[in-house]
Design a protein around this ligand. Structure first.
Ligand code: FES
Ligand code: FES
Length: 208
């Protein structure tokens, strides 16, 4: 969004061009001072309005969604409130807990820190779209069940998506490495030993 001084510059340039063009074409086409002032005010107001909606297409779990979005909407809120994908959780809403982790082009990202409009042109994967087919589970999801790697489950979607990326990044070599590269995902139930066991199990299957 242009700043106020920039939009003023653009407006003046457009106004002078219009006046110059009109003068070249004859005095009858000159805008009246009142019309020009109204046009300038409307254009400036539009340029300053942060609520102006933007039409974007988001690709989530392989499906395209065309949405009119406030440019300030986070990807997290858009997934939950506009697309109904509530598997992505809101914990802190400022990048500290990892509950909102999703995959963007296969890389883990905190959806509370990413603007939804920035996700256009990228592949977003949430927990709802992680399994390879309906009524199946991704090996990481199955491993979390097998290893009893959750209690309340609130952090679990973010843990699972982060764990999938952790393995794919090659950062699940041993328990210490898993602990370090999963440290952005907080579990207030402290299911950490079981989460590590689940990642070890899934890693074997993912790399088989
Ligand atoms: S909700 Fe995004 S990091 Fe906590
Ligand atoms: S299972 Fe409860 S916060 Fe992790």
């Amino acid at each position: 969004m242009p700043d106020r001084s920039q939009s003023g510059t653009v407006n003046r340039r457009h106004f002078l061009a219009a006046v110059g063009g009109a003068a070249a074409g004859g005095a009858a086409t000159l805008p009246s001072p009142g019309d020009a002032a109204t046009a300038l005010a409307a254009e400036a107001a539009e340029a300053r309005d942060p609520r102006a909606l933007h039409t974007v297409t988001l690709t989530v779990n392989g499906q395209d969604h065309r949405l009119s979005l406030d440019a300030r909407a986070s990807l997290l809120d858009t997934l939950r409130d506009r697309l109904g994908l509530t598997g992505t959780k809101k914990g802190c809403d400022h990048g500290q807990c990892g509950a909102c982790t999703v995959l963007v082009d296969g890389r883990r990202e905190l959806s509370c820190l990413r603007l939804a409009v920035m996700a256009q042109g990228h592949q977003v994967t949430t927990i709802e779209g992680l399994a390879p087919a309906p009524d199946t589970l991704h090996p990481m999801q199955q491993a979390f069940i097998d290893q009893d790697a959750f209690q309340c489950g609130y952090c679990t979607p973010g843990q699972i998506l982060s764990a999938v990326a952790c393995v794919k990044e090659g950062h699940a070599g041993d328990d210490d490495q898993i602990r370090e590269y999963m440290s952005g995902n907080v579990c207030r139930c402290a299911a950490y030993p079981n989460i590590i066991a689940a990642i070890r199990q899934a890693k074997t299957e993912m790399e088989a």
